[in-house]
Write a protein that binds this ligand. Structure first.
Ligand code: AGP
Length: 610
């Protein structure tokens, strides 16, 4: 969704804002803009539809808009088409206020009508413009007073950056349900939608909470809560390097992040395995709580949901407790059966996905205990859950997730073993064999990634297909869901994933000569059954690309047109290996189709509107 950055300091603001926006490009956007103030030129605004480069060219890298305070924004359109006029910053009619916004103002129609009755003219179709005009309406020589009145009047979700030409030494930031951070420097300060925008300049940040309002000058940041009581906000030091958010020689972030997975997996599991046991010191949930718990609900969206599908199979097998997995956007509105005996596991890379956050809040309201699995430290979901286990994947920039998915799986395996141990649901031998195999997985992941040329070759054979089906059973099916999503996200090829046994119940009617079916058949106990499904699609003319383990490869190759094998492992751990060829296949197919891999059309990295 929209990216936000604001700077106040002693340097020229525009180049810093453009640099910050470039680092936020990964969030997905369709237009960009900046507002910069100087005593000589007043409030200057430059906006452009399209890539940030268009804006940068328009203002000669920022040289045309001089000033040491300003705001920048990348817009992901919700209200009004992508256009120069709908891009942010939005200006008030007097030209006094410039506003950038991430979120949705739900009562903007009513406010717009009210303002129009007062004679205000609107130039854009955005919900944000009402905020700029409303600031004018309430402004009586006190910027803070006007901001507070506006915040009381509007409903919805927001992260705002506001600058006022009458108070040109300060920026105001305000948040509700959309992420916003403060970055602290020596002689400068930042507001931003995430740390990526400011990490080049400072590692010291605070995470604003809902209702917070911050006033930033070059030398000071004051933060107030919704009652305007001053807050002593904790400051955190970001512990990753700027280079972690750069491509490091790869053509795309996605390629880099795919190759980083073995190491990210290692980093996620290693500190949590000590003396042959899984140690989750960061968890407060104890053995008694676990024994009381009668059900686990897993809540997530997109790829995180697909990890949840794997988790259902894995946790039910290890714990013998019922596990339900729900799409966050459905959970909220399905009157879920949740009680204090329910453990909700919430999975989110960003920790800001609005559907997941809202579902989590609903689960908490119903009394559930919430354990979240999150990548972004200090994100809202992490802060609001009872327990959090971080996936230490480092910053994930490509919109299509890869290393976050893999490290989420790693945490699920750790949780499975840890809970099973606490519940006495696992015998020592099984515990040990799963744990040892878990520790071997990063090396095996490296082996799979060594086959990238082979997968690139298969991509060259299949990149022209207009429809690709993924089939599998049990965890193979869960991996098929993720493989299919990866493919459609970045290559725009139509794709479906099916539990292979379901084919005969309808989908097989879509199989015709030339259709490509990716058959995942690593799950040893279901290999024969899956191969029967392969024969069914082959006899209807499909091309089949099979994925299985090394020991089953020769058998599979007798039937399929092409095959990829992954090292043998325990069935429950297969997704960590099988997902890698799925990611590579999607990547190379998208590359051959000339797609914008890191920033696929219409998608945003962090979905902060419902
Ligand atoms: C995955 O490639 C997608 N970008 C998307 O499905 C993503 O997994 C989903 O939006 C959930 O995001 P989250 O993990 O940050 O909550």
């Amino acid at each position: 969704m929209c990216g936000i950055v604001g700077y106040v300091g002693r340097e020229e603001a525009a180049p810093i804002l453009l640099d910050g926006l470039a680092r936020l490009e990964y969030r997905g956007y369709d237009s960009a803009g900046i507002a910069v103030y100087s005593a000589r030129d007043g409030l200057q605004v430059a906006k452009a539809k399209g890539r940030l480069q268009v804006l940068s060219d328009k203002i000669h890298g920022g040289a045309d808009v001089r000033g040491r305070i300003g705001l920048g924004h990348t817009r992901w359109a919700t209200h009004g088409e992508p256009s120069d006029v709908n891009a942010h910053p939005q200006l008030s009619e007097s030209g006094r206020f410039a506003v950038i916004h991430n979120g949705i103002i739900e009562n903007y129609v009513e406010i717009k009508e009210f303002l129009q009755e007062q004679g205000v003219s609107f130039v854009s179709q955005t919900d944000t413009e009402v905020v700029a005009h409303l600031l004018d309406y309430y402004y009586k020589d006190d910027m803070m007073d006007a901001v507070v009145k506006v915040l009381h009047r509007i409903e919805g979700a927001y992260a705002f950056g506001i600058v006022c030409a009458d108070c040109p030494d300060r920026l105001i930031a305000a948040r509700k349900d959309s992420p916003l951070i403060i970055g602290y420097g020596q002689g400068f300060n930042f507001l931003a939608s995430d740390v990526t925008a400011v990490i080049k300049y400072t590692r010291e940040v605070s995470y604003l909470d809902d209702g917070d309002i911050a006033v930033l000058t070059a030398d000071k940041v004051e933060i107030y809560d919704s009652l305007l009581l001053p807050q002593n906000k904790a400051r955190h030091t970001v512990d990753w390097e700027v280079s972690a958010a750069e491509k490091g020689g790869y053509e795309h972030f996605m390629a880099k992040e795919i190759m980083e997975q073995p190491e990210a997996f290692r980093k996620t599991i290693s500190p949590r395995i000590q003396n042959g046991r899984v140690v989750l010191d960061d968890l407060e949930i104890g053995a008694d709580d676990l024994r009381e718990m009668d059900k686990i609900y897993i809540i997530a969206c997109g790829s995180s949901y697909h990890v949840g599908v794997v988790a259902k199979y894995t946790l039910e097998k290890l714990l013998r407790k019922p596990v339900e997995v729900a799409l966050a956007s459905e959970f909220r509105y399905c009157d879920p059966i949740v009680s204090p005996k329910t453990l909700c596991i919430v999975i989110s890379q960003s920790g800001e996905t609005i559907d997941t956050l809202a579902a989590m809040r609903e689960a908490k309201r119903l009394g559930a205990r919430v354990l979240s699995i999150v990548n972004v430290v200090g994100s809202t979901i992490a802060r609001e859950s009872d327990d959090v286990l971080y996936t230490w994947a480092g910053p994930e920039i490509a919109v299509a997730t890869t290393k976050a998915y893999s490290t989420q799986l790693a945490v699920i395996y750790l949780i499975g073993l840890y809970f099973a141990d606490q519940l006495d649901a696992i015998d020592e031998e099984t515990y040990r064999s799963v744990l040892e195999e878990l520790q071997r997985l990063p090396d095996k992941m490296e082996k799979v990634l060594e086959q990238k040329e082979k997968i690139q070759y298969y991509a060259s054979r299949y990149f022209n297909h207009e429809s690709i089906f993924f089939i599998g059973r049990n965890v193979d099916y869960a991996v098929g869901l993720e493989g299919s999503l990866k493919l459609k996200e970045i290559s725009y090829i139509h794709s479906e994933a099916y539990a292979a046994g379901e084919l005969k119940h309808g989908t097989i009617s879509l199989i015709e000569p030339g259709a490509l079916v990716v058959a995942l058949a690593g799950y040893r106990g279901l290999f024969e059954k899956l191969m029967s499904n392969v024969v069914e699609v082959k006899s209807r003319g499909a091309d089949v690309l099979g994925v299985t383990t090394d020991s089953l490869g020769a058998e599979m190759e007798k039937t399929v047109d092409a095959a990829v094998t992954v090292p043998d492992t325990l069935d429950m751990l297969l997704p960590s290996l099988e997902v890698l060829p799925m990611q590579l296949l999607a990547y190379y197919i998208a590359l051959m189709r000339g797609c914008d891999i890191d920033k696929p059309r219409n998608l945003a990295k962090s979905v902060t509107v419902e």
